[in-house]
Design a binder for this molecule. Structure first.
Ligand code: GLP
Length: 245
C-alpha cells in the first residue's frame, strides 16, 4: 500500500503513528530501525508523542538494520551509536533490548549472531526501512539475492558517494558493512518503507514500477503481503498515474 504525504512533517507523523500502533498492540514487539536522514523527523516525532502519552517502551526490542564494519566501536561513524543517540536513548530502551551489529568484530560471526538471535526471538514485527539512491535496503546493494540473510559486504561506489554526505567526503566512508538480508527482512510481519525528497523520485518509481529483480533491491518488497510505503510529494514526482493512490 502506497500513501503519499503532503510533506515531510506529515510523513513523520504517519510513520511515528505506525510504529506506535505496533508498540501499543505488542508491548514486547521486535522492531527494525534504520539510520539515515529520512527517519530523523519520524524519530523526533516518535520521542515527542511517547513522552506526551507516556508510552512504555521497556519491553520493545530494537534490531539495527545495518552497520559499517572494520571500524572501532567508539568511532564517531558507528551507525548504531547514531541510532542510540537519536532514538534508543531518548525512548529509554535498555541497552540489552538493542540488538546491534558490532562494527569491530568478525563480520561473519556478527551476521550469524544476529540471525541466531532473530531465529530464537523472532519474527520481526515491524521493519522500518529507508531507500538508498541505488535502491538498496539497509546495505543490501544492487545484485544481492532476495533470499540473502544477514551478511557483510563491500559498499558500492554509489553508496559510498551517498554516505559521503554524512561524513564530509567519500574518503571518510568505511568501505565495508553489515546488514540484515533481504530474505531476513521479508520474513517480517510488516514492513514500512519511508521515502522522502526529490532525489529519491526516480528510484522510488523504479522500485514500484520497474522490473522486479536484484538490480533494484527494493523491488523485492513488492511481494511482501503486509507492506506500507510512505512517500512525500517530492519523492512521488516520478510515479505514473497508475501507481498513485
Ligand atoms: C543508507 C543506509 C540505509 C538507509 C539509506 C537511505 O546508506 N545504509 O539504511 O536507509 O541509505 O538513507 P537516507 O535516509 O539518508 O537517504
Amino acid at each position: 500500500m502506497l500513501t503519499i504525504m503532503e510533506n515531510a512533517d506529515q510523513l513523520a507523523q504517519s510513520a511515528a503513528e505506525e510504529i506506535l500502533n505496533t508498540v501499543r498492540a505488542q508491548p514486547n514487539a521486535i522492531i527494525v530501525l534504520p539510520t539515515g536522514n529520512t527517519p530523523l523527523p519520524t524519530y523526533a516525532r516518535l520521542v515527542e508523542i511517547s513522552q506526551q502519552q507516556a508510552i512504555d517502551w521497556s519491553g520493545v526490542r530494537v534490531v539495527s538494520l545495518d552497520e559499517y564494519s572494520g571500524i572501532a566501536r567508539d568511532d564517531p561513524r558507528v551507525l548504531c551509536s547514531w541510532l542510540e543517540r537519536k532514538i534508543i536513548g531518548p525512548l529509554g530502551i535498555a541497552t540489552d533490548h538493542f540488538i546491534r551489529f558490532e562494527p569491530a568484530d568478525d563480520p561473519l560471526t556478527e551476521s550469524a549472531r544476529i540471525e541466531d538471535w532473530l531465529g530464537k526471538n523472532g519474527p520481526i514485527d515491524l521493519a522500518v526501512l529507508g531507500l538508498g539512491l541505488n535502491g538498496h535496503l539497509g546495505f543490501n546493494e544492487p545484485g544481492t539475492a532476495f533470499t540473502a540473510r544477514a551478511h557483510s559486504l563491500t559498499l558500492t561506489p554509489e553508496s559510498i558517494s551517498s554516505n559521503a554526505t554524512y561524513w564530509g567526503g567519500e574518503d571518510k566512508v568505511p568501505r565495508s558493512a553489515l546488514t540484515l538480508g533481504i530474505g531476513t527482512l521479508m520474513q517480517s510481519c510488516r514492513i514500512m518503507l519511508m521515502v522522502s525528497g526529490q532525489a529519491k523520485a526516480d528510484i522510488l518509481a523504479r522500485s514500484i514500477e520497474g522490473a522486479v529483480g536484484p538490480e533494484v533491491p527494493a523491488t523485492a518488497l513488492r511481494s511482501h503481503p503486509n507492506l506500507i510505503i510512505l512517500a512525500d510529494g517530492s519523492a512521488a514526482l516520478a510515479l505514473s498515474r497508475e501507481s498513485l493512490p
